[in-house]
Design a binder for this molecule. Structure first.
Ligand code: PGA
Length: 256
């Protein structure tokens, strides 16, 4: 089943707005739950309130980050074991964490392994910077990130593992990637995952596109043969836009 994920990032700034947004999304997503898996990733502080609205709706909940230890003296961190009490999903290695908080491939690998060991499903994000894209080195950068990030993963993790290909230059910029470039990179990701955990298991790993996905352009990505859904930032903060993205995804996959 395709996955449409809403990454709210550091928004909204109060719980009432968070609840309005999730209720707006739910009114559409609930009706599509048999065709599309929808997962919402609010900031940590709104997880409990959003969980109450989502309860028994079929719409999933996730966090935007998790630490690699389960408990202990790690001020400010939140562990997969804690998240597991509230969520089914976690995003690991988003480019904004790599850029603004200095998350390395090694940290991404530790976090991915810890989250999977807590039975969370993981969206691990990879993607090249504009400089890499311009220099034609996207493939090398993405290969390195995938190999390093999955270093401790095995075939057993495949059903709970999702890789989001998000060219960093396309995130929040309005410059969505050319579908041909997205397709080639997703094909490369599938090949590398196959080399690491076996081709059979790799087929179960879902691959998403992310980066300026909007109602107007979602179809060109979800129609790509290797694309299992989308990771949506800005457009997920507007209930109608996100709902439209969910509907288009359901329609396209319904015809496959
Ligand atoms: P965007 O963000 O849709 O606003 O480009 C996507 C993401 O960062 O996951």
């Amino acid at each position: 089943m395709p996955l449409v994920a809403a990454n709210w990032k550091m928004n909204p700034t109060n719980v009432d707005d968070a609840l309005d947004l999730v209720r707006g999304v739910m009114s559409v997503a609930r009706g599509q739950a048999d065709k599309v898996e929808v997962a919402i990733f609010p900031p940590f502080v709104w997880l409990t309130a959003v969980a109450e609205v989502l309860f028994e709706s079929g719409v999933k909940l996730g966090a935007q980050n998790a630490f690699w230890e389960m408990s202990g003296a790690y001020t400010g961190e939140i562990s997969p074991a804690m998240l597991k009490t509230l969520c089914q999903w976690v995003i690991i290695g988003h480019s904004e964490r790599r850029l603004f908080v200095g998350e390395t491939d090694e940290m991404v690998a530790k976090k991915t392994a810890a989250a999977l060991s807590s039975e969370l499903s993981v969206i691990m994000c990879v993607g090249e910077l504009a400089d890499h894209y311009d220099a034609g080195t996207s493939d090398q950068v993405v290969s390195t990130q995938v190999k390093a990030g999955l270093a401790s993963c095995s075939a057993d993790d495949s059903a709970r593992l999702v890789i989001a290909y998000e060219p960093v230059w396309a995130i929040g910029s309005g410059k969505s990637a050319d579908p041909e470039h997205a397709y080639k990179t997703m094909r490369l990701i599938r090949k590398i995952v196959g080399e690491m955990i076996g081709a059979g298991a790799a087929r179960k790993v879902r691959i998403l596109y992310g980066g300026s996905v909007k109602p107007e352009n979602v179809q060109q990505y979800v129609e790509l043969p290797l694309c299992d859904g989308v990771l949506v930032g800005g457009a997920s903060l507007v209930a109608d836009e996100f709902a439209h993205i969910v509907k288009v995804t359901a329609e396209v996959y319904g015809h496959r």
